[in-house]
Design a protein around this ligand. Structure first.
Ligand SMILES: Nc1ncnc2c1ncn2[C@@H]1O[C@H](COP(=O)(O)OP(=O)(O)OP(=O)(O)O)[C@@H](O)[C@H]1O
Length: 281
């Protein structure tokens, strides 16, 4: 896959897709998708179940090839610089009996995911000290000091999520890719993890692509949204994209975007695409 020739040589562009399409299981999931994500931007990937939001992240990671179009991630073809991408996959949680400490989970992000095994003995002491320093740094960043030394299985869902975000950040990646990190968190934890992700993008300048089922917890923080539906995707500011007119055009059917008294957005009338493809999972 060749890097995109988008006409922009902007070094701030971290992810670019140009007229991209993906086929999975003999079916085109989406096509004609053109997106751009820049350094320090917090971008949500939205849309109903089964439209291909996770597929979009996997295409960015080079785990699924494009069937059409082109893409560039950190200036190269997708997959080439995955060591510079922090990835928090969907629905990862730990059994309550898991004994490994949160700190060691974070350290695996540095060591290359050697489950439960610290740096080998022949590893120079200074490198090991640097690893420990980085681990402490990200544990501070996500505010996990109080429980980082506890067995991960005894941490709450929100605490586990923070530790997994710390793991994804420990190599100081310029791009963080998160698949529904707010899923299964309560409202308070959704708010605090959302604020944390915003801090990571603004303070550390990390570009964030995050699949979200509900835009509301992150709405105040978002720079842009990528709305996937109807076999395509639209991107732009939330104000431009999450409107009755724009979403109706994207879905090809009547959609209402309503705002409640507290400013929460409610998208009414979107078909649940997931339900029609349940047996293909
Ligand atoms: N390996 C596969 N083989 C066939 N179809 C697949 C495969 N993986 C995913 N799909 C289908 O591709 C479509 C997009 O899946 P994807 O997981 O990207 O959707 P999503 O928008 O992230 O959904 P959700 O919100 O439910 O997580 C779905 O219809 C899914 O069933």
């Amino acid at each position: 896959m060749t890097p995109v020739e988008s006409g922009t040589s902007d070094a701030n562009v971290v992810v670019a897709m140009n007229d991209a399409a993906v086929r999975v299981g003999g079916r085109t999931i989406w096509s004609h998708v053109s997106i751009e994500v820049r350094a320090g931007q917090f971008v949500a990937v939205l849309g109903p179940n089964g439209v291909g939001k996770s597929t979009l992240l996997k295409a960015v990671l080079g785990l699924i090839p494009l069937s059409e179009g082109s893409a560039s991630v950190l200036g190269a073809a997708p997959g080439e610089h995955n060591d510079q991408i922090g990835y928090v996959p969907q629905r990862r949680s730990f059994d309550s009996s898991a004994r490994i400490r949160g700190r060691d989970i974070v350290r695996m992000g540095y060591d290359g995911h050697r489950w439960g095994i610290a740096l080998p003995q022949w590893f120079p002491g200074s490198a090991s000290r640097e690893a420990n320093r980085r681990v402490d740094e990200v544990i501070d960043l996500v505010g996990a000091q109080a429980y980082a030394d506890r067995p991960i299985g005894q941490c709450s869902g929100g605490e586990q999520q923070r530790l997994l975000i710390a793991q994804a950040l420990v190599r100081r990646p310029p791009l963080l890719v998160l698949d529904e990190p707010l899923d299964s968190l309560d409202v308070t934890n959704q708010a605090s993890v959302s604020a944390l992700i915003e801090k990571i993008s603004t303070v550390a300048g990390v570009a964030v692509m995050m699949v979200a089922h509900d835009v509301n917890p992150i709405l105040p923080y978002l720079d842009e949204v990528i709305y996937v539906s109807g076999g395509g995707a639209l991107s732009g500011t939330p104000e431009d994209v999450i409107t009755t007119e724009t979403l109706s055009a994207l879905y090809g059917t009547a959609i209402d975007v309503l705002t409640d008294r507290t400013g929460r957005l409610v998208v009414v009338g979107q078909p649940d695409i997931h339900a029609t493809h349940e047996d293909e999972r």
